[in-house]
Design a protein around this ligand. Structure first.
Ligand code: NAD
Length: 373
């Protein structure tokens, strides 16, 4: 096996320490560095590696390029009862996402419901994080997100990039049970999955991409252009696109993410045409509903539980082990990885360590102890 194909397992507490040190060196206050690190590691623990620690080198570059700023304060630019808009001022999404949920929960506790717009946020990572935080406080929540400055997705029937991978998350607290969390990009695949396929990993399904001539394909050249074995794939180089999920209906949902997460929050939509590159930022429109102010909490929990079990008990189709509901897969992976560590490509781990070395994180070699095998 070539070195760059080697998968290692890393102890999550060690990874968290290393990544905290990296962001402290990049001048984040300790609390901020710990929050970024914790949330990236949690993404790996939940199985969303594309939004986990692999992002560390890119986040550090973004600080250098002034695309995201450490220690930024947010500003509430609309403050009206259950409604608020928060300007994140290009601060870290991991911190701003938390602030947004705190604001939404506070207002929903008072009014039963709240609507929070978050604009100019650094990368918000795994959007399911925000549904989970809200569910911890007894809130059903819905999050509509756009990715300004990240044109990657073709609309149904189109052949070039007009949208972003715009994620959607809906979280439901269930008294006495794990929360139910739907968390999904509204593109057929996340860009991270195309990257894995380009590197010889799991192939994309045909139709995940579309080339510039409108042919549905799984050939990653459509996204990255022609690249040599040592080139780093760059989605700006391709002339095709990722497709929106779910045919015309999914494409409509992808479209609405841009309107809700981009226009209604005043974050701006992701791009008007290829000549206008807007700086990267997530926008997020969130609705928080205080369940117990709306419906009997015991009744709600019983209905959710019985429906969940009804769906899970569908006889599995050929080749399927178990029928799952939203969030089950993440929970299964979480239980395994919490015990056994998080898998990561050796190359990606070395890149994180090299990032640390370059900025003189001390005793870097002690983090080799993080490797389980
Ligand atoms: P995915 O396809 O792995 O999962 C999507 C949903 O399907 C989840 O709710 C999951 O619980 C459910 N699911 C998975 N397997 C299932 C099964 N067998 N049966 C039933 N349900 C199942 O997720 P994705 O679309 O690749 O998104 C990956 C992550 O990327 C998400 O955390 C998302 O928030 C994040 N993301 C973030 C941004 C950003 O700009 N911040 C942009 C795009 C995506």
């Amino acid at each position: 096996m070539k070195k760059n194909e080697q998968i290692i397992k890393v102890k999550v507490n060690q990874a968290e320490l290393l990544i905290t040190e990296i962001f402290k060196k990049k001048s984040c206050h300790t609390n901020e560095a710990e929050t970024i690190s914790k949330r990236l590691c949690l993404s790996n623990l939940k199985g969303h590696d594309s939004h986990g620690i692999v992002r560390v080198p890119r986040y550090c570059e973004w600080i250098d390029e002034k695309r995201v700023y450490p220690n930024k304060d947010h500003k509430i630019i609309l403050d009206s009862g259950p409604l608020a808009i928060i300007d994140a001022n290009q601060g870290f999404g991991q911190v701003m996402g938390e602030k947004s949920v705190v604001e939404g929960v506070k207002r929903a506790k008072k009014h039963g419901i709240s609507l929070i717009g978050l604009k100019n946020s650094g990368h918000l990572g795994r959007i399911g994080d925000w549904s989970e935080l809200a569910a911890d406080k007894g809130m059903v929540s819905l999050h509509f997100v756009n990715v300004r400055g990240s044109l990657l997705v073709a609309p149904f029937g189109g052949s070039d990039r007009r949208g972003s991978t715009s994620p959607l998350s809906i979280g439901v607290p269930v008294k006495g049970e794990k929360h139910i969390i739907l968390d999904m990009a509204t593109s057929t695949v996340a860009e991270g999955k195309a990257l894995v396929a380009q590197k010889g990993g799991k192939k994309l399904p045909i139709g995940a991409l579309v080339d510039q001539f409108g042919n549905l394909t799984n050939d990653t050249e459509a996204l990255y252009g022609k690249i040599g074995p040592d080139d780093v794939p760059n989605p700006d180089k391709g002339s095709g696109a990722i497709t929106a999920f779910g045919m015309h209906k999914g494409s409509g949902i992808n479209f609405m993410m841009e309107i809700l997460g981009g226009a209604l929050t005043s974050n701006d939509v992701c791009g008007v045409n290829h000549s206008e590159i807007r700086p990267f930022a997530n926008g997020m429109l969130s609705i928080f509903i205080d369940v117990e102010k709306f419906v009997d909490i015991e009744y709600f929990a019983e209905e959710v539980k019985s429906y969940s079990n009804f769906v899970r008990s569908s006889p599995p189709a050929k080749g399927v082990d178990n029928v799952l509901i939203p969030g089950d897969n993440e929970q299964i992976i979480f239980e395994d990885r919490s015990k056994n560590g998080i898998p990561i490509a050796r190359e990606a781990w070395d890149l994180i360590k090299n990032t640390a070395k370059k900025i003189n994180v001390s005793e870097i070699n002690r983090f080799e102890e993080a490797i389980i095998n």
